[in-house]
Design a protein around this ligand. Structure first.
Ligand SMILES: [Zn+2]
Length: 190
């Protein structure tokens, strides 16, 4: 009798204590989550009233009017959203977009000009040193593969046909004008 009684008492004590501790904790946790409803006082709060609103069909949800975001109607969720990147960053991004756009287009135009200058200099170099313009095909490929981090090199488009055209139409014409001016000034001296 006595050993069975001992076993019964200890086992029952253990299960009772287990039951006493665990179930209430679970219940309170679940209840806390379920009971969060939208509170009208939030609409009067200076921090929330400019962007927070109710969701008509769901009292457990709240809505950010600024970005049309639906979230759980929990104060922690609302506070987290208010300080989140999605809520704060976007207005800043739209303010910055114009100036960054202008900066970017400036950068693009200066880089495009630098690419053109590089094309002209390479052409001038080849012409000056009497190097065949067919080497441009290989030189451009070589530069692009060797300097992959340069936008200027990346944007340059210089093959032998274009190089020849640049020399004929740009450099030769410029040289002609330069020579003509020099000849005139020389002629005026004589
Ligand atoms: Zn928001």
């Amino acid at each position: 009798m006595s050993p069975t009684c001992k076993v019964d008492s200890t086992s029952s004590q253990l299960t009772e204590s287990d039951l006493d501790i665990t179930p209430p904790r679970k219940i309170t946790k679940i209840n806390k989550h379920r009971q969060q409803k939208f509170r009208d006082t939030w609409l009067k709060n200076d921090d929330y009233k400019q962007w927070l609103s109710k969701v008509p069909d769901d009292q457990y949800k709240a809505k950010c009017r600024t970005w049309n975001v639906i979230m759980n109607a929990e104060l922690t969720v609302i506070k987290n959203h208010m300080t989140s990147k999605t809520h704060l960053r976007k207005p800043l991004a739209s303010q910055q977009s114009i100036s960054t756009f202008i900066k970017k287009t400036d950068e693009i135009s200066t880089k495009a000009k630098a690419s053109q200058a590089l094309e002209l200099k390479l052409c001038g170099f080849l012409a000056e040193h009497n190097i065949s313009f067919t080497t441009l095909d290989h030189l451009t490929t070589l530069l692009k593969s060797s300097v992959p981090d340069s936008e200027i090199v990346k944007n340059m488009q210089m093959k032998s046909t274009k190089g020849t055209a640049i020399v004929k139409n740009v450099i030769v014409e410029a040289e002609k004008e330069y020579l003509e001016k020099n000849c005139r000034s020389v002629g005026s001296v004589f």
